[in-house]
Ligand binder design. Structure first.
Ligand code: GLN
Length: 547
């Protein structure tokens, strides 16, 4: 008999919940496992959403260094969130909001604000029940309207920061109908030197989970190869789950194949049956996904990504957007990461044989000269180029320096004393003190000039893309830049959003980040345009470099 929820909660929302915890170590691909399961449920006809719980104290991911946490992903409402939300948006093809990323920072901030406002009427404010109630309230809010809500708790069982969240899930499960909730534990199953699959770490992490009152319904073993039958039996015995509830999630080459590998062992059907959703689902919904992600590719092209973080996760959405565009055109895209610090006036060897170049977003001065050098190379040698945010801004700087001749032109972010601040701070950003959540963020509409390359790429006269920036093209220089041949073909009021070079095979810069809206099966237009320009244009002999 489920316990009554605290007053004010409607436990009959009609949602089902999949609570996902992680064992042994982080970085196991818990998010991909969860998102893949979600995709299978979506393919079965269910409306699926997700919540990512990040137990760190930061209010959001906006102030975090990409080296520690990978890219900061931006949602359409402007929330700066953990990159796992990008995976959920891509796998589930949904748009999420700030409510779908719950952090310790957000939870405590709200409880402390309420305490200051006197809302707790004199009671002692405590982790249980005040913090746990706030966590449950947020989960219910984010789940509203969906058939199934996946709640992934970041980190690993045993982390101090995760405790209040796990306690909240325990209470939550008591308040709801047991048929509405399933606990999935994703854990590591390593193998010994002689190739034997070892279950001890899994046993320990489940023991830890049970010591805080949570019993998993399903155990998913991340492993190099599929779990052997006897490994499953051992996990079942020691972790007190039926052997049919133990699933493998072996390594695969492409994350979009994970739904296919977990489907093979029936994880989706198990979850559907256990949550009593069989009546609402249709069989064989996976054909379209399978065809999309296993599409045969004809050719491989190489795209240089010239950035400053030697970490794939720092640019994960760009990698994915390139992959989606490749899927759309049935070409394999190999991304060559190039350290912008290693590019100099006579040091562009790393770029001489690539088919296209992307300069991503970024902050601060490190690596900017190398990026400007890269952009000049792409412009002169007619190599297809896509510049994103900082990559757009530096394309303006490069043009101002090398075509107009303002040799010290720069972005005021990087050189506040330049005589030609062609990129300058957004006027409303001048007097801000706080760095968190204060940039120009989220979806803003861009108007695209008809008859331009941008209009051809988007096949539209406007687009709605996501932003994350503090600087912009300085309005004082627009006329001169345009007179010199740089076209701003996308604008949002007085703001320059898209640039292009009319006589170049493909030279596009966007102030926004189109990579955040790219999905498998719905690739982002500027990325598809980049791939098209490579396929359509015979390879250019761009070996010789003029300086
Ligand atoms: N640093 C630049 C700005 O704040 C570019 C931001 C970005 O690339 N996301 O405007």
């Amino acid at each position: 008999m489920p316990r009554a929820p605290p007053t004010g909660y409607d436990s009959s929302l009609g949602n089902k919940f999949i609570f996902v915890t992680g064992g042994v170590m982080s970085g196991l691909g818990k998010g991909i496992t969860s998102a893949s399961t979600g995709r299978l449920l979506k393919n079965a006809g269910l409306d699926v959403t997700a919540v990512k719980v990040d137990p760190y104290l930061n209010v959001d991911a906006g102030t975090m260094n990409p080296y520690q946490h990978g890219e900061v992903y931006v949602l359409k409402d402007g929330a700066e969130v953990d990159l796992d939300l990008g995976n959920y948006e891509r796998f589930l093809d949904i748009d999420m909001t700030a409510d779908h990323n719950i952090t310790t920072g957000k939870v405590y901030q709200r409880v402390i604000e309420k305490e200051r406002a006197g809302d707790y009427l004199g009671s002692t404010v405590q982790i249980i029940p005040h913090i746990t109630d706030e966590i449950k309230r947020r989960i219910r809010t984010a789940a509203a309207g969906s058939d199934v809500c996946i709640v992934e708790v970041g980190g690993t069982i045993g982390d101090i920061e995760g405790m209040p969240f796990l306690e909240a899930l325990r209470q939550f499960a008591n308040e709801e109908d047991p048929a509405d909730i399933i606990f999935v534990h994703v854990t590591l199953v390593p193998h010994s030197k002689n190739g034997e699959q070892k279950t001890k770490p899994t046993q320990h992490s489940v023991k830890e989970l049970r010591s805080i009152g949570l019993q998993p319904d399903v155990v998913v073993g991340r492993c190099e190869e599929r779990l052997e039958e006897q490994t499953k039996e051992k996990i079942a015995l020691f972790c007190d789950v039926p052997v049919e509830a133990v699933f493998s999630n072996p390594d695969v080459e492409d994350i979009y194949h994970v739904p296919l590998t977990v489907e093979e062992e029936g994880l989706d059907r198990f979850v559907i049956d256990r949550l009593a959703l069989a009546d609402q689902t249709k069989p064989d919904g996976n054909t379209e996904w399978r065809e999309l992600v296993t599409r045969e590719t004809i050719d491989a092209i190489e795209v240089a990504l010239v950035g400053k973080y030697a970490l794939e996760d720092a640019y994960i959405s760009i990698h994915e957007a390139l992959k989606h565009a490749g899927l759309e055109r049935a070409v394999a895209v190999d991304v060559k990461w190039v350290d912008s610090d290693a590019i100099g006036p006579n040091e562009v060897e790393q770029l001489t044989d690539v088919d296209a170049i992307v300069v991503p977003g970024g902050f601060g001065s490190r690596g900017t000269e190398g990026k400007i050098e890269t952009i000049g190379y792409a412009r002169r040698e007619r190599v297809p180029y896509l510049g994103l945010c900082l990559g757009f801004q530096l394309a303006v700087v490069e043009y101002a320096r090398n075509v107009i001749g303002w040799s010290d032109a720069h972005s005021a972010e990087i050189d506040p004393d330049t005589d030609y601040p062609v990129i300058d701070i957004l006027p409303e950003q001048h007097d801000l003190d706080d760095l968190g959540g204060t940039m120009r963020l989220g979806a803003h509409e861009t108007t695209i000039a008809p008859g331009t390359q941008a209009a051809a790429i988007y096949e539209a006269n406007s687009c709605l893309e996501r932003h994350r920036h503090r600087y912009e093209v300085n309005p004082e220089y627009i006329e001169t830049l345009e007179a010199a041949g740089l076209s701003f073909t996308g604008r949002s009021g007085r703001r320059m959003e898209i640039l292009e070079l009319p006589d170049h095979p493909y030279f596009i810069g966007t102030q926004f980040h189109p990579e955040f809206r790219s999905r498998p099966g719905r690739a982002s237009p500027p990325f598809v345009g980049l791939i098209d320009s490579v396929i359509d244009t015979p390879p250019q002999p761009h070996g010789e470099v003029e300086v």
